[in-house]
Design a protein around this ligand. Structure first.
Ligand SMILES: CC(C)(COP(=O)(O)OP(=O)(O)OC[C@H]1O[C@@H](n2cnc3c(N)ncnc32)[C@H](O)[C@@H]1OP(=O)(O)O)[C@@H](O)C(=O)NCCC(=O)NCCS
Length: 176
């Protein structure tokens, strides 16, 4: 079921049934993803089942960005580390795929996700952490309206080393 719809894409929850469509997308995107993301969690169906377990509790939610006309998956966004109470915050992680990048789908999809997070999910702040050389991701997050808050040295272990990241965020006030 679509949770929010824009002119070209919609967002919906990720589910176990998406494995068949996702596996080739991850396979074709190994090079695109390697430098910027932790390794793909879905080499086998068993890996994917284990990975899906992270969404059982209240801490993480997984979303897909899909074309409205065909339903084809064009990207994904995770809302991770959800903190309730006086924070109402989370950290997002996202990716497109080799055959779907460079078409504006992620900008539209992330915009929908921000609206859903600040609406139905009742969050107040979303954070994104991006390596300084990841120009495509920095351009994307700026287009969606995030602001740069700072710099986190040695923030995440990716592709064999602890990588510096820029910290970007958006709060509900910034979308009002
Ligand atoms: C980061 C990432 C998600 C950005 O995705 P993206 O495809 O650049 O983002 P969009 O889908 O919004 O596409 C924007 C591009 O489409 C182009 N575009 C083409 N047709 C378009 C259209 N009809 N409407 C809008 N934009 C369009 C835009 O000009 C822009 O290209 P540009 O940046 O060269 O100017 C993608 O590069 C990726 O998956 N990278 C690897 C994983 C990764 O880095 N994840 C983030 C870790 S922090």
């Amino acid at each position: 079921m679509n949770l929010a719809e824009g002119p070209r894409v919609a967002i919906r929850y990720l589910s176990l049934g998406d494995y068949e469509e996702l596996a080739p997308l991850y396979e074709q995107s190994a090079e695109l993803h390697a430098q910027w993301m932790p390794g793909a969690p879905i080499a086998t169906y068993e890996d994917f089942e284990r990975y899906m377990g992270r969404f059982d509790g209240p801490l993480h939610e997984g979303f897909l960005i899909c074309l409205r006309d065909t339903g084809a998956i064009v990207g994904r966004v995770n809302v991770n580390n959800i903190v309730r109470g006086t924070h109402q915050s989370a950290i997002i992680g996202y990716s497109a795929y080799a055959s779907t990048t460079g078409r504006g789908y992620m900008t539209e999809g992330l915009g929908l996700l921000v609206g859903y997070a600040f609406g139905e999910m009742e969050l107040h702040r979303l954070e994104a952490n991006i390596q300084p050389a990841n120009t495509a991701s920095l351009n994307l997050i700026k287009r969606v309206g995030f602001q740069r808050e700072g710099f986190s040295p040695n923030f995440q272990y990716i592709n064999g080393a602890w990588r510096d990241h820029e910290r970007w965020a958006i709060t509900a006030e910034m979308t009002a």
